[in-house]
Design a binder for this molecule. Structure first.
Ligand code: SF4
Length: 290
């Protein structure tokens, strides 16, 4: 069919996420039917309509529970969830925390433009302190969320930050995150030229910052780096790269299968007629909800 054309505003940072994703998946040898892209609500939510794969445009803040269900039902799928900073760190903040804690095997891309774009420029969880908007006309009195630190404290096993102005690094980080077995969180700095005109220009980098490229499980070191990067972001300096990676920790699926709590055979491949017990449970549930 005809590929839908993005309706994002000219100059929107969301184009960079789409481009990086489109570059990373074929590089990894993933074909569209092997990928499930689940999005939340916001300008970023349109991503699932523009990327050729299975797609599910879910509800506000709930991309992660839907993505988790898809992965549990069909572990063979490469699951990617995406949403904005308001959707992911605000409305869906509890899902973010617990999906990281349980280390579900998926990639979560958060388009961080420090604003609610689709609903016309309200203050978001990552808006800087003092930021003026229609909802905070005197300036936000709140300190912004620190998404990298929050992710680490919650238990994500891969954490990176990249920026729309660094397409090469963005593609590399998405590819790494997809390959990672566990919850991979990417804080993707995007710009909203329509509603966040005051936002600083993100400093373009031409390559991954080696300084922020750690392959170890040293959480204290990662926490220090994150704190520095999150503080400097609001002072106009953008530090990007991979901040943390733990390859040893089993993902939710690996752990549940090893204890026998999750069947080896994926739910997506089970059929009622092959499994009387499954049919009995399904009938029971259907009866209860009649
Ligand atoms: Fe992008 Fe902002 Fe336009 Fe939404 S409103 S498409 S975030 S530039």
């Amino acid at each position: 069919g005809v590929e839908p054309q993005p309706t994002w505003c000219p100059g929107c940072g969301d184009f960079a996420v789409l481009k990086a994703l489109k570059g990373a998946m074929p590089e990894l040898g993933r074909s569209p039917e092997e990928v499930m892209l689940v999005t939340g609500i916001g300008c970023s939510g349109k991503l699932s309509s523009y990327f050729e794969s299975y797609g599910y445009h879910s509800i506000h803040g709930r991309a992660l529970p839907v993505a988790r269900a898809a992965k549990v039902a069909n572990p063979g799928l490469e699951v990617v969830a995406a949403g904005g900073d308001g959707d992911g760190y605000g409305i869906g903040g509890n899902h973010f925390m617990h999906t990281a804690r349980e280390n579900h095997d998926m990639t979560y891309i958060v388009f961080n433009n420090e604003i609610f774009g689709l609903t016309k420029g309200q203050t978001s969880p990552t808006s800087p302190k003092g930021h003026k908007s229609k909802t905070q006309p005197s300036g936000s009195a709140k300190d912004p969320v620190r998404p990298l630190t929050l992710s680490l404290a919650s238990g994500a096993s891969y954490i990176a930050r990249t920026a729309a102005t660094n397409p090469r690094q963005a593609q590399q980080i998405i590819a790494e995150a997809v390959e990672h077995d566990g919850f991979a969180h990417i804080d993707f700095l995007t710009q909203c030229p329509t509603w966040n005109k005051d936002a600083k220009e993100y400093v373009p980098y031409t390559d991954v910052q080696e300084e922020y490229d750690f392959d170890r499980t040293d959480r204290r070191e990662a926490a220090d780096m994150m704190y520095e990067a999150e503080t400097k972001l609001y002072e106009g300096e953008v530090l990007t790269g991979r901040f943390y990676r733990d390859e040893q920790r089993p993902s939710y699926g690996q752990e549940k299968r090893s204890t026998g709590e999750m069947p080896e055979e994926p739910l997506a491949e089970r059929y009622f007629e092959d499994d009387p017990e499954f049919e009995r449970v399904a009938d029971h549930l259907i009866d209860r909800h009649k």
